[in-house]
Write a protein that binds this ligand. Structure first.
Ligand code: NDP
Length: 240
C-alpha cells in the first residue's frame, strides 16, 4: 500500500471545491502540500491552516496554470522546499460555455482548452523533469470527467478538453515508467462544488457527494500501488 505520509504533493486548483478538499485530506494523512490557484490569498490561508492543524509543511501560491513559467517556478519551489516531488494533482479546471459547437465562441473555446489541457500539460511536464533528475519516480494524477470518455451535446470545450486530459494521462503512462513515473486519471463524478452548480443550476447540491467525501475516495485510489494505477482511469464513485 502506498503511504502518503511525508510525501511532497502539488495540487492545482486548491482554492475551493475538490482541490481544496484534497489538500485537507492529504495534509491529514501527513503529506506536505503546495497549493496553487489564481486566488493566492485563499490558498495561502489554507496552507497556514493545514500547517497549524496537521503539523505538516504547506505553501499556498497564486498561480495561473496557463502560465508555463509560473508553473515551472512552482514545481521548483515545491521540490526545493519539501526535498523532492512525489505527487502532482492536475485538478484546476473551468467549465467554459455550455453551448453547441455551432454557437461556441472561438476565443472562449481557446481559453477553456488552455486552462484545462495546457494547465495539465505544464505541471506534468515540469514535474517529469524534476522527478527524472531526482531519480525516485513519482505520480501524476489527472482529474478528468465522464464527458472526457463519452461526449454529451452542449458540453463543448469542457468535454473535448477532458478527452485530451485522458489522452495526456495515457501518453504519460507509456513514457513515464522508464523514469519510474506513474500516470492515471480520476473522474470525481457529480460533486457539490461551484462548478457543478454552474453546470446544473436547478440541481439540489444536498443530493450530491461533498468534496470531502470525494477526496476520501481519491485517497483510497491513491493508496493503490503504481502497477495498479499506471494508465488507468478511475471513477471516484466506485471508492466512496
Ligand atoms: P471549482 O470551480 O469548485 O474549482 C476549480 C478550481 O480550479 C478552483 O480552485 C480555481 O481556483 C481553480 N482554477 C480555475 N482556473 C484556474 C487557472 N487558470 N489557474 C489556476 N487555477 C485555476 O471546480 P471543482 O472543484 O468542481 O472541479 C475540480 C476538478 O474536478 C475540475 O478539473 C473539474 O473539471 C473536475 N470535475 C468536477 C466535477 C464536479 O461535479 N464538481 C465532475 C467531474 C469533474 P481560482 O479560481 O482561485 O483560480
Amino acid at each position: 500500500m502506498y503511504d502518503l505520509s511525508g510525501r511532497s504533493v502539488l495540487i492545482t486548483g486548491a482554492s475551493r471545491g475538490i482541490g481544496r478538499a484534497l489538500a485537507q485530506a492529504l495534509a491529514e494523512e501527513g503529506a506536505n502540500t503546495a497549493l496553487l490557484a489564481r486566488s493566492g490569498d485563499e490558498v495561502h490561508a489554507l496552507a497556514l491552516n493545514l500547517k497549524k492543524k496537521f503539523g505538516v509543511d504547506a505553501i499556498g501560491r497564486a498561480c495561473d496554470v496557463t502560465d508555463a513559467g509560473r508553473v515551472a517556478a512552482m514545481i521548483d519551489e515545491t521540490a526545493s522546499r519539501f526535498g523532492g516531488l512525489d505527487l502532482v494533482i492536475c485538478n484546476a479546471g473551468i467549465l467554459g460555455a455550455k453551448t453547441t459547437l455551432a454557437e461556441y465562441d472561438p476565443q472562449a473555446w481557446a481559453h477553456a482548452m488552455d486552462v484545462n489541457v495546457n494547465g495539465c500539460f505544464y505541471p506534468a511536464h515540469f514535474a517529469m523533469k524534476r522527478m527524472k533528475i531526482r531519480g525516485k519516480g513519482g505520480r501524476i494524477l489527472f482529474v478528468s470527467s465522464s464527458v472526457g470518455r463519452n461526449v454529451r451535446a452542449g458540453w463543448g470545450a469542457y468535454s473535448i478538453s477532458k478527452y485530451a486530459v485522458e489522452g495526456l494521462s495515457q501518453l504519460l503512462a507509456e513514457e513515464g515508467p522508464l523514469l519510474g513515473i506513474t500516470s492515471f486519471c480520476v473522474n470525481p463524478g457529480g460533486t457539490a462544488t461551484a462548478m457543478r452548480a454552474a453546470a446544473f443550476p436547478q440541481e439540489d447540491p444536498a443530493t450530491l457527494p461533498t468534496p470531502d467525501s470525494i477526496a476520501g475516495a481519491f485517497l483510497r485510489i491513491l493508496r493503490k500501488n503504481d502497477k495498479e494505477l499506471n494508465g488507468q482511469t478511475f471513477d471516484a464513485a466506485d471508492y466512496l
